[in-house]
Design a protein around this ligand. Structure first.
Ligand SMILES: [Zn+2]
Ligand SMILES: [Zn+2]
Ligand SMILES: [Zn+2]
Length: 353
């Protein structure tokens, strides 16, 4: 992940788990970093398909804020009175220099995720405190709106060459959370796009074809996946970099560049697929879809596609009717009242027809 990327997992007392302890509990291995986590520490997340460990999830929460260095690796948020002490990191001269470097914005950031759900979303526990060097820098009461818990905290005014203690405590024993402290670089839209493309998650033509067959002609056959507009729901033009999320179950793609640029001005519900509303932090580029778009470009008229049960397709004119969007896709969206203005103004494009 870049030349200055250093992992801090080794600091966790020999164990790579968020609990930092060596136990005999069954271990689940992360498909991204191959580190193990205990079943008892992960709860339901242990059974999630496409599992990635809390450390990997925390690292990938915000593509505009790229993790350069782990200062405190993913750690369990403790309940008050558990007797577990704070975690520490050294705020070195080197890190301090990076934070103050002019050409790039660098910050020390605390992030938190909920472990019981499919993660990849910044969220603080409902009633929690973040204590840095003994001082409370953040308190979330249980009645705070969701908006407040979506912010990653920035640690500023740290003393160079000092040891910094960080403790995240929650009052209620409901969900399970993990936090981590990172040195991050703020990227420009072009850099964020380049970093995502560089990760090289690509569906080959053959895989793209199989995907069409799998999602379009499965038992929960969805008309959205058999006949659709090729236009990006964000730009209303043919996508240059057709992509969707790793969890998306629809054929329709959006343009990755337009999507990344849009997130910069979006404050809430960021990195949500404009087609289905699921989190898209690790977009996959679809070469099959790109080939179809390329073919459609040969004509001013062909902007729609119909897929056949074998994954093959034929192009249709812009005026041929499309089926209505299914309820299943609609329900993945947050209600309009919870959307930001930026998202709202784009909502008429979201279904794109
Ligand atoms: Zn553990
Ligand atoms: Zn991992
Ligand atoms: Zn989607």
């Amino acid at each position: 992940m870049g030349d200055t990327y250093i992992t801090g997992m080794e600091a966790a007392g020999g164990s790579t788990c968020i609990c930092g302890q060596e136990t005999r509990d069954e271990v689940k291995t992360c498909k991204r970093c191959l580190r193990g986590q205990h079943r008892s520490c992960l709860l339901q997340a242990f059974y999630m398909p496409n599992y990635e460990c809390p450390q990997c999830q925390l690292e990938q929460l915000e593509p505009y804020q790229r993790v350069l260095q782990t200062l405190i690796p993913a750690s369990l948020v403790q309940t008050q009175g558990s007797g577990v002490g704070p975690r520490y990191f050294t705020y070195s001269q080197e890190v301090h220099q990076m934070v103050y470097a002019k050409e790039r914005k660098r910050t020390v950031q605390i992030r938190s995720i909920r472990l019981d759900r499919s993660g990849f979303e910044q969220i603080w526990a409902k009633a929690c405190q973040v204590i840095v060097n003994g001082a409370e820098i953040y308190t979330a009461s249980s009645d705070l709106g969701a908006q407040h818990s979506r912010a990653m905290l920035v640690l500023s005014d740290l003393q160079p060459d000092s040891s910094v203690s960080v403790q995240v405590l929650r009052q209620r024993l409901d969900d399970s959370y993990a936090f981590a402290v990172f040195l991050v670089a703020t990227l420009s839209p072009a850099e964020a796009l380049a970093a995502l493309v560089q990760e090289n998650r690509v569906m080959t033509i053959e895989q793209g074809r199989e995907f069409v067959q799998a999602v379009g002609v499965s038992t929960d056959l969805d008309s959205l996946n058999t006949r659709l507009s090729l236009r990006c729901p964000l730009t209303q033009t043919l996508p240059r970099l057709p992509a969707r999320g790793t969890e998306c179950k629809h054929v329709k793609c959006f343009d990755l560049e337009a999507f990344v640029v849009l997130q910069e001005s979006t404050r809430t519900n960021r990195w949500r697929c404009p087609v289905c509303g699921l989190a898209v932090l690790r977009p996959v580029l679809d070469k099959y879809y790109a080939a179809i778009v390329h073919k459609a470009k040969s004509s001013q008229r062909l902007r729609r596609v119909e897929f056949l049960s074998d994954g093959d397709y034929h192009l249709l004119g812009d005026s041929s009717p499309l089926p209505p969007v299914s309820k299943r896709h609609r329900s993945a969206y947050t209600p309009p009242s919870k959307r930001s203005k930026a998202t709202d103004s784009n909502s008429r494009y979201l279904y794109g027809y």
